[in-house]
Design a protein around this ligand. Structure first.
Ligand SMILES: Nc1ncnc2c1ncn2[C@@H]1O[C@H](COP(=O)(O)OP(=O)(O)OP(=O)(O)O)[C@@H](O)[C@H]1O
Length: 315
């Protein structure tokens, strides 16, 4: 983990909200998210399954299905005028943003990989499309632990872990200044988990920004500069990683860390709420040992924590 992050902004997300229309219900998938990411920063977005992490990434890449409604802004800075990723038309996203300025390691690589081409073909095609034809596909593959012979296999011949590594190589090949990595270590054994995380860290140390979406808090602790904890579609805590892991302040974040085997190994009681039926106030209140009548209203975020009763304040 490093704490040397540039102070300029690469991505500024403000009030990002995503709703899905279903027959007879609205899914509150992402609610009022505001975050900034700087060049050189590795931001880990953590939270339990279904809290909205992948939808956040897909919204930033214009990859949401037709039943989604998106509001807010997400300004991507770089050469020239900033681009609002939530307002840009599909042509702009396809030609200048996706893959080129913002890379994605998808959560389900097996379904994202074109089935009729070998890994080598896919990598060479990606490198050519991004004017990096001189870069050797085998060198890029070696960076994620794939051997030259692995590149001659078709996606259906790859194990889950190999497909995951190929997807990471494809996302890294264009050298995007911002990378969204959605559970990039799932299906990998520990040495490859660590190697993948270190690869992402090295990108940040070279000046790129990475948003690492993960439910693996140990992974976040290993490489993140900053941590954002999502619960029921909202960010409930967003702080520098060193401070966060030393003392989480939102009761949910505290409970998440306490559930780790190398900490108290205490499960969080109850279940997350349905995103079609969220309470008006804090969504964690029904599971929170510190809930009070105040929690019937939505807390504002103060010094990185959205809670009426943040942990430090009680100590
Ligand atoms: N097209 C869709 N229509 C309706 N609801 C959707 C759609 N896509 C996602 N959702 C819902 O949005 C919510 C957030 O999903 P998301 O995939 O972002 O969760 P997550 O935090 O990434 O969890 P996981 O790691 O398990 O994917 C879930 O309740 C999911 O069912």
């Amino acid at each position: 983990m490093t704490t040397t992050v540039c102070t300029s902004t690469m991505l500024a997300i403000s009030d990002l909200t995503v709703r899905f229309r279903l027959p007879g219900a609205i899914v509150h998938a992402v609610t009022a998210i505001s975050l900034t990411v700087a060049p050189g920063e590795l931001l880990a977005v953590v939270g339990e399954s279904g809290c909205g992490k992948s939808v956040l990434a897909h919204a930033l890449l214009g990859l949401l299905p037709a039943n989604a409604t998106v509001s807010g802004t997400a300004l991507l800075h770089g050469d020239g005028a900033p681009v609002d990723l939530l307002a840009a038309d599909e042509k702009t996203m396809a030609r200048t943003v996706r893959g080129r300025r913002v890379g994605l390691v998808p959560q389900s690589p097996a379904t994202a990989l074109t089935p009729v081409r070998t890994g080598r073909h896919l990598l060479q095609e990606t490198l050519r499309a991004h004017s990096r034809a001189r870069t050797d596909a085998e060198t890029v593959a070696a960076g994620v632990g794939l051997a030259p012979a692995d590149l001659d296999l078709y996606p259906h011949e790859l194990s889950g872990g190999m497909a995951q590594r190929l997807a990471t190589a494809l996302a890294l090949a264009p050298d995007p200044p911002l990378l969204l990595a959605d559970e990039p270590t799932s299906g990998l054994d520990r040495p490859l988990v660590d190697a993948t995380l270190d690869l992402l860290r090295a990108r940040c140390d070279d000046g790129a920004a990475v948003i690492l979406i993960t439910h693996d808090l140990a992974a976040a602790e290993r490489v993140a500069d900053t941590v954002a904890v999502m619960y029921a579609s909202r960010i409930v805590e967003h702080r520098p990683a060193l401070e966060f892991f030393a003392g989480p302040r939102h009761p949910y974040a505290h409970a998440l860390l306490d559930a780790l085997p190398d900490r108290s190994f205490a499960p969080i009681p109850g279940h997350p709420p349905m995103l079609t039926d969220l309470p008006a106030g804090c969504a964690f209140a029904p599971r929170c040992p510190y809930a009070s009548i105040d929690c019937g209203t939505q807390p504002s975020r103060d010094r990185g924590v959205a809670c009426h009763h943040p942990m430090g304040a009680r100590l």
